[in-house]
Unconditional design. Structure first.
Length: 642
């Protein structure tokens, strides 16, 4: 490459280097799609080409942010930029900044599977309480070696191609013309950088955001392919302040959605004990009783005990998580506070006053305790348990037998569940307790003594799902002998889903499906109710079952009240989903972008937007009412009855 245009012109070399990063980002997009291919069913070759083209504007926006210092240092109109020392400094700035950007994209090959969206700026807060990040980091590098190898290959390609082209100091005939051109190029390049960062030059157009990616896809599910991870970081960094909307006046808003519960108090409070069991990564997909139609009716699932519990308990034909992270589940299940866009516990509003279930029951004389076998402080669970009103927290620090530590996340479920049972035997009644399991998690290992005992399957998680189901069975075998057992309401659910096996669960409906089961020995809580259940419904349903007579705020529904139509909602990034009337409505920037019938179209392939105006209007009003209410109550710290 000795051509003067390439080897000597510093501006052409700069363009070559920026183009090199754009190619790397496009390769990352291709790798992201291939690595998570089954999570984007139905994307044709032509659609993917459209996505690649659309992704360029997001790539160039991220790239100019990443390379702003490199660009400025490359265009200064002084000959020092041709020195070897200066070029070496530029080289390392380029390698470090763009190397990190490529690694961020590579990280999302795996992280996307767990949260169903591109990683955003809140990912650091998600793990800030972990004490074993180094160990987890290297374990993930090893276990997901294809993503690691892909990133290393892109780094090698970046270094190799960068070094193939270097600028050389020219020998101009006119020094005046030479410097004049160099000075004039600076504002031109800066103008290009500003326009590229904004995504265009139209003064009437706001800078591009994550929501703009929807224009390049047929279904909002595929927006993640259009985006790149550095762009998602830049556009979400310190930007998660909620917006106060006024879609409806107060009267209409209350008619559409009102989280203020005012029980009649007509029935006497029962005072039953309450035990909430939150199972790590237990997707509804893994439970055979929920999926008799899968695999031509031959699917058995991996949870024989939960199957038996369903036969004597109350569950629902649709049950959904309100988020994709464990930190989303805690406030949803235990305080009926969902996480919209940003996990509530790491949002600006995490210190708002809330009426958690333990705090409400303590008003009735309950003792409350939360159990999680991980090191105290993990995921910030102990902090939220305190905010929600739990009297005590039992984690790894309180567990007496440290040899039961699994070496990665916490105490194996079987011994920790027995510790849970032992502690409850000593609690005064009535009590309200909750336990969060840990074993059904990456790296998907079972205790050595149980290797080969549990059924394996297409996804490695199913073996540990079987182990945790076994641990749950052992827990019930123990506590059914306790005198308090028959006077206890049990709720079994999951924090979120995990890696899926069947295509029915690889979309914005199936990927949120988790079990919600109520069980009380000898009660009438039985059968599969035709209602939509969600995690935030658990608290108001428990309070209704107990005949709680106080007022409270809960963003969920009472599943025992059939006088109104049930619904559920959640978000993936800034994609809002409402589930109602057998349909799912998807909105971005408060505008509907998708309407699907999840009962008749389990793969969500047919977008019905514009074809069912009555249903679309009802769902849009309901979802906007939820958004307006949620945002205003969090902004105003109006989440308790005053």
């Amino acid at each position: 490459m000795k051509n003067w245009l390439i080897s000597r012109n510093v501006f052409v070399v700069l363009a070559y280097r920026i183009l090199l990063v754009m190619i790397l980002f496009s390769l990352c997009r291709i790798g992201f799609f291939l690595f998570n291919f089954k999570m984007f069913p139905g994307v044709s070759a032509l659609q993917f080409l459209t996505i690649l083209k659309g992704g360029l504007s997001f790539d160039i926006s991220a790239i100019v942010y990443i390379n702003i210092l490199f660009i400025l240092l490359s265009i200064i109109p002084f000959d020092i930029r041709y020195s070897k020392v200066y070029e070496t400094v530029l080289r390392y700035i380029f390698f470090i900044t763009n190397g990190i950007a490529v690694a961020m994209n590579g990280m999302d090959f795996v992280y996307y599977r767990f949260v169903d969206k591109r990683a955003t700026a809140d990912v650091f807060k998600t793990f800030e309480n972990e004490t074993n990040l180094g160990k987890l980091f290297f374990r993930f590098l090893f276990d997901y070696w294809p993503a690691t190898l892909f990133t290393l290959l892109l780094w090698f390609l970046m270094v190799y191609l960068y070094n193939r082209v270097t600028p050389e100091k020219p020998a101009p005939r006119s020094r005046i013309a030479y410097y004049a051109i160099n000075v004039l190029m600076m504002p031109l390049i800066i103008a290009f950088v500003v326009g590229a960062a904004r995504g265009g030059y139209k003064h009437s157009t706001r800078p591009i955001t994550i929501s703009n990616a929807a224009r390049y896809v047929k279904t909002p599910r595929d927006v993640a392919i259009v985006l790149n991870t550095p762009f998602s970081f830049f556009r979400t960094f310190d930007k998660k302040v909620l917006v106060r909307y006024k879609f409806f006046d107060d009267d209409k808003l209350i008619g559409l959605y009102n989280p203020h519960y005012k029980p009649s108090g007509a029935n006497q409070f029962t005072g039953d004990n309450v035990v909430i069991i939150i199972l790590e990564s237990f997707a509804r997909e893994y439970v055979g009783s929920f999926n008799h139609d899968l695999e031509n009716g031959k699917y058995e699932g991996y949870t024989p005990f939960i199957d038996s519990l369903i036969s004597v308990g109350l569950t629902f034909d649709v049950s959904l998580a309100n988020g994709k992270k464990s930190i989303d589940a805690m406030p949803s299940i235990l305080a009926s506070v969902p996480s919209l866009e940003t996990p509530y516990t790491i949002s600006h509003y995490a210190n708002n006053k809330i009426n958690g279930l333990p705090e409400l029951l303590k008003r009735k004389g309950y003792y409350t305790a939360f159990f999680h076998g991980a090191p105290n402080g993990s995921m910030g669970f102990d902090s939220f348990a305190n905010v929600a009103g739990f009297d005590d927290y039992f984690g790894l620090d309180q567990y007496p037998y440290k040899t039961d530590f699994d070496g990665m996340w916490g105490v194996w479920d079987e011994p920790f569940f027995q510790f849970f049972a032992e502690k409850m035997d000593g609690f005064r009644q009535p009590f309200m307790t909750s336990i969060f399991s840990v074993s059904s998690h990456h790296p998907f290992k079972v205790p050595e003594k149980y290797e080969g005992k549990f059924k394996k399957g297409p996804a490695p998680i199913v073996e540990v799902v079987g182990y945790t189901d076994f641990a749950l069975h052992e827990l019930f075998n123990t506590i059914e002998k306790s005198p308090w057992f028959k006077n206890t309401l049990f709720v079994i659910t999951a924090d979120h889903t995990n890696e899926s096996i069947h295509p029915e669960f690889q979309n914005n409906f199936g990927s949120y499906c988790v079990p919600v089961i109520f069980f009380k020995p000898g009660s009438n809580l039985k059968g599969i109710k035709k209602r939509i259940a969600q995690q935030i419904d658990i608290m108001p349903t428990i309070l209704s079952f107990l005949n709680f007579d106080g007022e409270y705020i809960a963003f969920g529904n009472n599943l025992l009240d059939d006088s109104y139509e049930s619904f559920a909602f959640n978000t993936s990034g800034n994609n809002y989903h409402l589930y109602m009337k057998d349909h799912i409505l998807e909105m971005i920037d408060n505008k509907p972008v998708g309407l699907f019938n999840y009962k008749n179209d389990r793969f969500l392939e047919k977008n019905l937007l514009g074809t069912e105006p009555d249903i679309e209007t009802q769902l849009e009003e309901k979802l906007k009412a939820v958004i307006q209410t949620y945002n205003s109550r969090l902004i105003d710290n109006n989440m308790i009855v005053k």
